[in-house]
Every structure is written in C-alpha cells, then in structure tokens.
Design a protein around this ligand. Sequence first.
Ligand code: ZN
Length: 326
Amino acid sequence: MGGFLDGFEVGNKKGIEDGVRFYSILDIGRGILEESAYRLKSIFGENRILVLYGKRKSKEFGKLVESIVGKPHSDIICVVSVGGGSIIDKGKFLAKNMGAHFVSIPTLISSDGIASPIGVKYGRSFYIELPFGVIVDIDIVGNAPRWSILAGTGDLLSDLSASIDWDRFKEKSSEPYSFISSLICKSSALSMLNFNPFKNPESLVWGLILSGWAMSIAGSSRPASGPEHKLSHSLDLIGFGEKHGIQVGFFTPLFLKLNGYDKWNDVRKYLTNLGFPEKITLKKEQAYEVFSRASSTRPHRWTIIEELGWEKVLEAAVDMGFIELV
Ligand SMILES: [Zn+2]
C-alpha cells in the first residue's frame, strides 16, 4: 500500500515528537516592533539584552529596539538579531555560546532561517535550537526589497519537494522521520499557492515560521531541505551567485515531477508568474560539476538524486527545459 499515511506509526515509538517545544514569544503583525521591544524588556529586564543589527537598513530598526531594551551592562540573558540572514545566523551561534536565549527579528523574509533551529556557518548547516522568540513586523518585511520576498517564497515552496522526497525515502534516510513535521511543511508550502506573497506577506511569514518549527520537531532540516537544496548548495560551490531561496525554489518543480507529484507544473507556473527564472543556462562542464557534486553537499541524506543517479536527473532537467546547456 502506498499512500499519504505510509509509514506513520501511531504512538510514535521513537518519540521524536515528544517534548516538542514551541516559540515562547511569537509576535506577528503590522507596526509591532516598538511594542514587542517593550515586551522583551519586561520579560528579560533592562540592560540584559544584546541587540545585533546590520550596517545598513536594519540599523535603524536595531537601534530602535536597543534604545528600548538598553545596552547590556551585566550578564546577557538574551541575544536579539534585527536584520537579514547573516545577522540572524550570527545571533543564533552567539546566543548558543553564551548560554542565552535567542530572539529573531527579521527585516527580510528571504529564507526559513528566520525561525528555524538551524544556523549556517562557512556554508555548513548546524542544528542549534528553536529560537526562544520570533518577532515579525509585517510593515518592515513587506516593504523590503522584492528579491527577499521572492526568495522566501522559493524557500517555502521547496518544503513541498523536500518533504515529499523525505516521505518517499525515509527508510533510506539516516535522520529520524517525523510524519507531523513532514505534514506541516507540505501544508504550509501548499497553502502558499493560494496567495501572492507581495500582496499577502503574512502568509509567507507564517509558512516560514511553521517550516522552522517543523525542523525542530524533526530534529533536523530534512522536512525543509531535500534534493532541490543539494543542487542549490552545489550551485553555490561554483559561485553561481543567485539567492538561496531563488535557487531552491527554481529546482522545486523539477524534483516534484521526478518524485511523481502530478501538479508539479502548477508550482512551476506559480513561481514563473511571480518572477522566477524559467531556466538556468550552464556550460556542459559546469552542469556536470553541479549535478555530480550535489550528493556530496549533504552526503548523509538520501534523496531522489541518489536514487536515480545524477546523470538521469541532469537529463530530465535538460529535457524539461530547466537547464539549458551551452
Ligand atoms: Zn532553504
């Protein structure tokens, strides 16, 4: 029997879903930054919070939060990141090293890193822990550059490919499978297809947050990172230079198709209508390099790429017009 509930064990013997934590602070809304900063102060106390922010746009918002919570004088019990992906990653690692709580205040919604337990350092992913809090001011992230919203949408939709792939190859995967986290990831990606992220940034924000939570239930990034992520990491290795969310979103319909998901073309149309590229042009040698190296970017993870072999995947990508070889 092959179906949606395949492999689901009632009572989950391994219990990876036991003791699941949720964010202790989750503030999502328009114009809430100031109010949320006061809330942080009331939870952690004055001068106990270290606020990190970037040099440019996020500086203004970071300074505002800092002016409310105060600069830390004594022991730091909370690290708050106000900014994009790299500031958030920095905060996650710093909080972990200091034994402090971490609160994420993204100014861009370009990936699920805004609410995930995963931190990225030197191109490698590390499982840290679920952020203590996530605060998203929709006025800020909704007015951020267009690419960030597009990239976030790609990263969210890639959950569909990642979790369908996980469902299929869970037996061959070294990471413990979680039906619940796979279900959460699939549902959040699918529900996004009903919205335009530029008109409804809230939907994107909620999807990315649920995706982050699903990773903490699974204890790994697997529900949100499958074959499309492997190819994207491999593109990064040749310095392709497109945003993470754009790359993973771009490859999503290809892997949906290869995993037998019949509505893969609806996903492709949705993405191209939003402004995703229709194809990527690569030199033959580059394409061989990218596709043959994809598996080694996350070697412990069995996906359709390992199942079929990279040559077949490349052939399909060319046949379906995702890759143009020159
Ligand atoms: Zn991703």
